[in-house]
Design a protein around this ligand. Structure first.
Ligand code: SAH
Length: 224
């Protein structure tokens, strides 16, 4: 994290104030209270995860395009999903859809170990580079289909899926620890999507439908 401000201090200072404003205006005023999530979102330089030409939009109240027709989620949605997971420092977390690595970095600020799976090789390569450059050493990434989970690193206290599925992937539920939480966008037949929180309880699983959302679909293969 030592190189974060080395390129151009004035420019980075401008992004820092945009970032603080993003947290106040988009997150705090809309009810996000999780202190660890708010601190991480004040800290991670979101603009460094998007291409140079889109950096000025990085802190705006909407998703931003990354490569291969994918997007980095709107800041509020990232904060909302992570708050719903009730993370603790010791939580073991799996992320599906590394994308540009922005949310991975937020997670890496909050918990000790983050596991993240991405299906598109070019995106994973770039995310790994960015995370490495920013000094995140507690992130483990893998290329593959995230719907299968990461059995060797399971069980997880929390799993977050950043692409919309048609049904709750069974293997992800199976890789939840007791009391583990899984949050994902779920698509209905009519094309609408909702965030769903799945909790593993002693007697089975409990499902809660949260916000309506719009995510890119969960892919079956890494080929475009
Ligand atoms: N959290 C990301 C969001 C990226 S958009 C970010 O901060 O940038 C969703 C991502 O999920 C894309 O990168 C897409 O390639 C990836 N994805 C889609 N289907 C997947 C699958 N089955 N397994 C793993 N990643 C997948």
């Amino acid at each position: 994290m030592e190189n974060r401000y080395s390129t151009d201090d004035t420019r980075e200072g401008k992004f820092l104030s945009l970032r603080f404003r993003m947290v106040e205006e988009q997150l705090v005023t809309r009810g996000i209270q999780d202190a660890a999530v708010l601190a991480a979102m004040r800290s991670v330089p979101r603009h460094q995860f998007v291409s140079e030409s889109l950096q000025s939009e990085a802190y705006a109240d909407h998703p931003v395009c990354i490569d291969h027709f994918q997007t980095v989620s709107q800041p509020y949605i990232v904060a909302y999903m992570l708050s719903a997971l009730d993370l603790e420092r010791s939580s073991r977390v799996l992320e599906i859809g590394t994308g540009c690595g922005y949310q991975t970095a937020i997670l890496a600020e909050i918990v000790e170990d983050v596991y993240s799976i991405e299906i598109l090789p070019a995106l994973l390569f770039r995310a790994n580079q960015t995370l490495d450059r920013l000094g995140y050493r507690n992130v483990h990434t893998m290329l593959g289909d995230g719907a299968l989970g990461w059995a060797a690193a399971a069980p997880f206290d929390a799993i977050i899926v950043s692409a919309a599925a048609d049904s709750v992937p069974e293997q992800l539920v199976a890789q939840l620890a007791p009391n583990g939480r899984l949050i994902l966008p779920l698509a209905s037949k009519d094309g609408s999507q909702h965030l769903v929180l799945v909790k593993r309880t002693e007697s089975g699983v409990a499902l809660d439908e949260l916000l309506p959302v719009r995510f890119v679909p969960l892919r079956k293969t890494g080929l475009s």
